[in-house]
Write a new protein. Sequence first.
Length: 125
Amino acid sequence: MDHGSIIRRPRRGGHWVMGLVLMGLGALFLLDNLAYIPIGAWTPYWPFIIACVGVGRIIDARGPVDVSKGGFLIFVAFWLYACLQHVWGLAFQNSWPMVLIALGLRHIFVGMTATTDKSNEKTPS
């Protein structure tokens, strides 16, 4: 056993909480679409929930991969908002390549910040 290696504890409850939040939001939007409950003025701003998740991901980051995931979520939130509100003439049809560019940038960032730890590699005895 290598005592110098870093042991990463899994995040407890994060998936359950996020799953419940997403299910609740989905149910809320479904009920709004079916005209059971009006959420009215809040409807255009739902992408900012995704941005908040991204900010939380960055704050709770354990490495560059988590930071890049949070940054990508923030980008997606603003892209969705811009497309839904037609900010700068953006729509899903004319701006989807921006998502591909952002994914490419995220992969480059992760690749540039990845470190190979030679001390954790096993040497043949």
